[in-house]
Design a protein. Sequence first.
Length: 484
Amino acid sequence: MNVSRFRMIACFAFCCSIFGSALVAQSAPAEHSTRRIYVEPFVTKEGSEKFREDVMAELRKINSISLAEDESSADAILGGGGEIWTKGYRSHNPQLGNVAPNGTPIYTGFLSIELRDRGGQTLWSYLATPPASSRDVSKDLSTLIVKKLAEALQQGEAPSRTASQFQPTTILKGAGATFPFPVYQKWFTNYRRENPVLEITYQPIGSTAGVQSLLSNNADFGASDSPEVIRELSPGDEEKYLFFPSVVGAVVPVVNLPGLSGDIAFTPEALAGIYLGKIKKWNDPILTRANRGLRLPNLDIVVVHRAEGSGTSYAWTDYLSKTNSEWKAQVGTSLTPKWPIGREANGNDGVSKLVKEQGGSIGYVEFIYALQNHLSYGRVRNRNGEFVQASLESIAAAVNHSLKIDRDFKFSIVDAPGPGVYPISTFTWIVVHAHIVDEAKRNALVGFLRWMVGPAQRQAAALGYLPIPKDVATKEVAAIARIH
């Protein structure tokens, strides 16, 4: 397939939930309930019919699935959207640099795929990224997506709708992390459809400001990517607040290097050196040693970091502290680190925008922000010495190799051991008062949290977040009873 006819617009018919890997069983529908599938046209600029045909051809190979001719005769509807494009060409002769169209095309982008019932409830979702090179990128992506769907159907469980238990006019106010905002925005909208008597508002103002709103009783819940946010902001009050993991994500280094088609690789030494201000050029020997075969430019490095207190900054500096002794001694792990160098931007959106505008820049954002803003994101060396790119699978590897659940859910999976691990993976948390006086708000929040760790998890993967593991969700359901 000509990749120029496979460009896809990053707008989604149903706002893209995130996850779909069969690695988390609770994200999948029951096999018996979704055998007749209707494949709707995908949200694309060009090439959508070719992609739809390729997906249907792969589905026909699955014995337990039959294709429906229309939505009315289907058990479930498969659809989605996204964008795949060629970011450059790799020459067979490295001395020639990037040559088009004689070299091998290098693909990037993403497809957000969702399976839903006829009522619109998400049954399964997945975020697919293209292979580095492909003779038929449409077919390769179709094969991947259907494989993941088939795996999910084999080990999934049927969704159940949540009955409304709330009194009219209940409003919950939340504030905090921008890291999970894309999936939270989808959740709050979808939960309102099932529970129209409840409204949830959310201000994505950063972990520090959001949790401070909770501490001052100006918000009903906060959100942060740091398990230590209460300890940092209100030492001694940790027992007054409860943490509930919502999804798992990844922080990725994003770069703006015009003309560089390959994926840049970063060692901890390189990332720490850049953010300490010691590595000033993109062709510094520390970077070139990790990127043999890439022609890094003789260009000044423009460092971008968060301006406000941020859980994304916490995860980023946690990784640097765990992997670089100089960073740990000089800066350490914090929501509000004392940055030695760099330009400031607010939120993941702000960092994405500044990196996109500034040639030679580097920043750090949650995975989905890199994809949606068409930013190149680098591979990062893990404890096994592998340079790994963020994906649902590499985030899942971090969870599987490192997770030890404690009673308070305050754990870190940053710099997890094991093969295939993306090392800057992290949970993100909803933070609430352990004691809530207002009965209506308490019941509303409890209802939402139960839905969040249940049906909502099926909506996560399409936006690039990994659903929480089933054993964590089970323990969370029990822990929700501690809210009184």
